[in-house]
Each structure stands twice: as structure tokens, then as C-alpha cells.
Design a protein around this ligand. Sequence first.
Ligand code: TYC
Length: 101
Amino acid sequence: MAETGTKPRNATVLKTARPPLHKVILVNDDFTPREFVVRLLKSEFRVPEAQAMGIMLTAHTKGSCVVAVFTREVAEEKASRANDLSRSMGFPLLLTTEPEQ
Ligand code: TYC
């Protein structure tokens, strides 16, 4: 086959697609004990004690705090598990999710 020496036009640049991330947000309330919030952050989100305390205090003073970011499915599953656990203990604690940016 003869070499034409031409280059393909409109070369497609392939990017590795990353799934959009979603934030899990801890919302303050007046009823859930601080200790329960810290324990839940440690058990469900695997954050160390000091970080769990910081997240809880930020939500407590500012109204809400981002706990972590995940893919949408994981963020929704984690928030849902945490809300179920809180409900099973009789607390109104709420974790929500929203897309990043
Ligand atoms: N405000 C609660 C209290 O004073 C503690 C708390 C902190 C609850 C953060 C929820 O997301 C929260 N007992």
C-alpha cells in the first residue's frame, strides 16, 4: 500500500472520563448528641477521632459541614446508611448529598 503521508484530520483526543463527585453533608440539629455524631462519622466514614470532632463542631457552629466526597452512588449509600442508623437510635440527624461544583 502506498504511503500517502497524510495525517488524520480531526484527531480525537481521548480523555479518561472521571465520574462527577458528590459531597456528603452533615446537617446540624438541636437533638442529636455530639458523641453520637462523632461515633457515626468514625464508624460510617472511617474518619479519625480528631477529624470527626472537627466535622461535628463545624456542623454544630455553622449549620452544616462536608464530610467527604464520593461517586454519586457511594455518597447516596453512605448518607442513607448513616440516616438509617440515626433513625434506629431515635435521632433526627440528617446527612444529605449534592454534586460537587
Ligand atoms: N447540635 C447538637 C447538640 O448540640 C450536636 C450536633 C452536631 C448535631 C452536629 C448534629 O450535624 C450535627 N447536641
